[in-house]
Design a protein around this ligand. Structure first.
Ligand SMILES: CC(C)[C@H](C(=O)O)[C@@H](O)C(=O)O
Ligand code: SF4
Length: 772
């Protein structure tokens, strides 16, 4: 509950401070997590770690799981079980592993046979699992979506998933405050997707690094909940830890009647609304960064390159790299245009597309589908299109759309109408682009190879993707439509038909727990959990590979096809896969890691900022580690990647000074060894002479140098966590899992032996208790 602190506070400050379980002198915080969403890709290794350490899930009633990334989007009429239905072996294993884990740990789960199954960031809000003022995490970068409710929601890596499963807390720090204010009326044809694409174009993909963005202003207030979700969803593409919007009447009205929200008009509901209403930034609160956007100046926006910051109004032309001010920026843009097969100066509206994808956690909700359907209604997709698909975000969205006849509008126009899942957003299932195919996509990432190796993605809003499907080229939707296209308009009060909420029945409960029995366990006992072996990090000396790029994304560090593993090990060959290997499997001799002496590099020196941006996949540090790289030196990092490396005993060093990083890169380019001395916080050249000093957080250094297991450390805080939970049950009783969340746990947690309280991350017991 809000404290009586007199200093004006931001929305983020309030939600963050309300979840502090404990705080160390250096600002390291143990943060309580109210809501944990789980999916099949980033959880297998976390459950395995839990199992290896004989730990249980602390709060099954605050945990909700679904399967979304790997699932086929083909008809499920004949669905019997995952074992039969998912054809691709690794995808199947990952889905089955999740089923085994939810069963073993007694977690609520929406599997493929459940009409509530869907993309994790669609189902959370839909069920009322996401609530204002909560902390929400998931092993997925687009957890930022849930910030639309005034929740503090952010993506975490697999080690942190394990940490939350075991302790319901995370070790973290408070971030900076950033405000993006969007005032004014949005012109027709401009939607919330255009707002966020435009904003990322303004601040860049590293613009929000180290900050939580609050979106505010009259244009944001005027948006529906679903439109707000699209904005917060992509705050991760702006480099921010999270995006937030203060809850208001639109939020409360959306939550009415949702199965896991407090019962409408009950005493609990009234108490909740009172608390939720206090969640707004106080007059005079300080923001570290302030950005202003004039809504009336936003035009339908599309991406032209391979980063979400490469955006341009649809009536613009492909930019000329030579107009950019620095050589690294010119180089990045040249590379992006080569990949995209585009020439500078080409009008965006002249660009022909091969495929259209309407879906993803950004734009697959009912309003998105309604808006797109209004554009295609009565029309046909362009004859040359190879494929146009609509993939609803959840089974319930699909059902609602069908009840409104939207499926018919789409199929009459020539679209495929699919089942719910992530689908072509990243193509972990069979829905992918072929090399050089160009796609108009409502998803959120246009990284190289994101939708299929060699595939070319243009990001845009649902109405723009619908217009591209009809015309066969990138198209200004305003030319196609009348005043009816106002995707930004506030919605009717209740956004989904009431029948979709009537799902909290015993039958549903049976289905949650009724998982197929006829299969072998897929848990690979040979792998190590985070509680397993990690060497201590003190000093290393070795060859450093230079990489003169900016915004190196985790899709580039390890492409999606390697995320299907349920292990942490053996990913070294997958590292920078599409850059290291040609299509025929031969090595690309030009890539640095294929050259001597860099084949044996122990470090990476990256000259551009924002290394590790994009997805939360911990597979990225696992791949680096398996290759032999334990230290990265770069000007800056994306937050989740930065965290993930520490959890694996690796050291990411931030050297923001450009001259210093170039000096270090010179050593790397000359093939000379570099020494990183963590205890003394120094980078030396091969002869031991200082190249630079570096900063590192005290707590993280302490853990690395001593090889500590931070779950073990947190478990020493049992009393503090329990006291926090007791207070939470009194102050915000609606946060203790209700409905099927509570009952899903009836099988109880797995029987485990008493957990060893302290150990090093080598698994050795410690003799003395450690200070947390
Ligand atoms: C698989 C998961 C780790 C990843 C993410 O974190 O974003 C995925 O959802 C993505 O969009 O790339
Ligand atoms: S970004 Fe795409 S792959 Fe990632 S969660 Fe959203 S829909 Fe799924």
């Amino acid at each position: 509950m809000p404290s009586a602190d007199l200093k004006p506070r931001t929305l983020y400050d309030k939600v963050f401070r309300d979840h502090v379980v404990d705080e160390r002198d250096d600002g390291t915080i143990l943060l309580y997590i109210d809501r944990h969403l789980v999916h099949e890709v980033t959880s297998p290794q976390a459950f395995e770690g839990l199992r290896n350490a004989k730990r249980k899930v602390r709060r099954p009633d605050c945990t909700l799981a679904t399967t979304d990334h790997n699932v086929p989007t083909t008809p499920r009429k004949n669905f019997k079980n995952v074992g039969q239905f998912v054809e691709e072996a690794d995808s199947r294993t990952q889905c089955l592993t999740l089923e085994e884990n939810v069963r073993a740990y007694g977690l609520a789960y929406f599997g493929l046979g459940d009409k509530r199954q869907g993309i994790v960031h669609v189902i959370g809000p839909e069920q009322g699992f996401t609530l204002p003022g909560t902390t929400v995490v998931c092993g997925d970068s687009h957890t930022s979506t849930h910030g639309a409710f005034g929740a503090l929601a952010f993506g975490i890596g697999t080690s942190e998933v394990e940490h939350v499963l075991a302790t319901q807390t995370l070790i973290t720090k408070q971030d900076k405050n950033m405000r993006i204010k969007v005032d004014g009326a949005l012109p027709p044809g401009v939607s919330s997707k255009d707002i966020i694409l435009h904003a990322i174009g303004v601040i860049g993909t590293a613009g929000g690094n180290g900050a939580v963005i609050e979106f505010c202003g009259s244009a944001i207030r005027g948006l529906s909940m679903e439109a707000r979700m699209s904005i917060c969803n992509m705050s991760i593409e702006a480099g921010a830890r999270a995006g937030m919007i203060a809850p208001d009447e639109t939020t409360f009205s959306y939550l009415r009647g949702r199965p896991l929200a407090p019962k409408f008009d009950s005493l609990e509901w009234k108490k909740a609304v009172k608390y939720w209403s206090s969640l707004k930034t106080d007059e005079g609160a300080d923001f570290d960064q302030d950005v202003f956007v004039d809504a009336k100046e936003i035009v339908p926006t599309v991406s032209w390159g391979t980063s979400p910051q490469d955006v341009i109004p649809i009536n613009g032309v492909v930019p000329n790299p030579e107009d950019l001010s620095t050589e690294p920026a010119r180089d990045n843009a040249r590379r992006a245009l080569r990949y995209m097969g585009l020439a500078p100066g080409t009008p965006m509206e002249d660009i022909e597309v091969d495929k259209v994808f309407i879906g993803s956690c950004t734009n697959s909700r009912i309003e998105d589908l309604r808006a797109a359907a209004r554009i295609v209604d009565g029309k046909k997709i362009a004859p040359h299109l190879k494929r146009a698909m609509v993939v609803p975000g959840s089974g319930l969205v699909k059902k609602q759309a069908e009840s409104e006849g939207l499926d018919k509008i789409f199929t009459d126009a020539g679209f495929e109408w699919r089942e719910a899942g992530c689908s072509m957003c990243l193509g972990m299932n069979p829905d992918i682009l072929s090399p050089k195919e160009r796609c108009a996509s409502t998803s959120n990432r246009n990284f190289e190879g994101r939708q299929g190796a060699g595939g070319r993605t243009h990001l845009m809003s649902p109405v723009m993707a619908a217009a591209a499907a009809v015309v066969g080229k990138l198209t200004d939707v305003r030319k196609l439509a009348d005043e009816n296209i106002s995707p930004a308009k506030a919605p009717p009060k209740m956004q989904l038909g009431p029948e979709v909420f009537e799902i909290d029945t015993d039958d549903d409960l049976e289905r949650i727990l009724d998982l197929p029995e006829d299969r072998e366990p897929h848990v690979n006992s040979a792998t190590t959990g985070s509680s397993g072996v990690q060497p201590k990090f003190t000093k290393i000396k070795g060859i450093a590979a230079p990489l003169e790029w900016s915004n190196v994304d985790t899709d580039a560090i390890i492409p999606k096809q390697f995320l299907k593993t349920i292990k942490r090990t053996g990913l070294g060959t997958a590292l920078f896969f599409s850059l290291r290997f040609n299509e025929d499997g031969t090595e690309n001799p030009d890539f640095v890691l294929n050259k001597e002496p860099y084949r044996h590099a122990k470090m990476l020196v990256v000259t551009g900022p924002n290394f590790g941006c994009g997805s939360s996949r911990e597979h990225a540090p696992w791949a680096l580690l398996d290759f032999g790289i334990t230290c990265i030196i770069a000007p800056s990092y994306a937050d989740i990647f930065f965290n993930n490396t520490f959890k694996n005993g690796m050291l990411p060093l931030a050297i923001p000074d450009q001259n210093t990083i170039l000096k270090i890169a010179e050593e790397a380019k000359a093939g000379r060894e570099i020494e990183v001395d963590l205890p003394n916080q120094r980078i030396n050249n091969a002869s031991g002479n200082k190249l630079a000093d570096f900063e590192v957080e005290t707590f993280r250094k302490h853990c690395l140098v001593n090889g500590l297991d931070d779950i073990g450390l947190t478990m020493q805080m049992e009393d503090e966590i329990r006291v926090f939970e007791e207070r939470r049950s009194i102050d915000t009783p609606w946060l203790d899992g209700s409905g099927y969340l509570k009952r899903a746990n009836r099988s109880g947690p797995v029987k485990v032996e008493a957990a060893p309280v302290w150990k090093t991350n080598r698994g050795e017991p410690l003799k003395e208790p450690l200070e947390w």
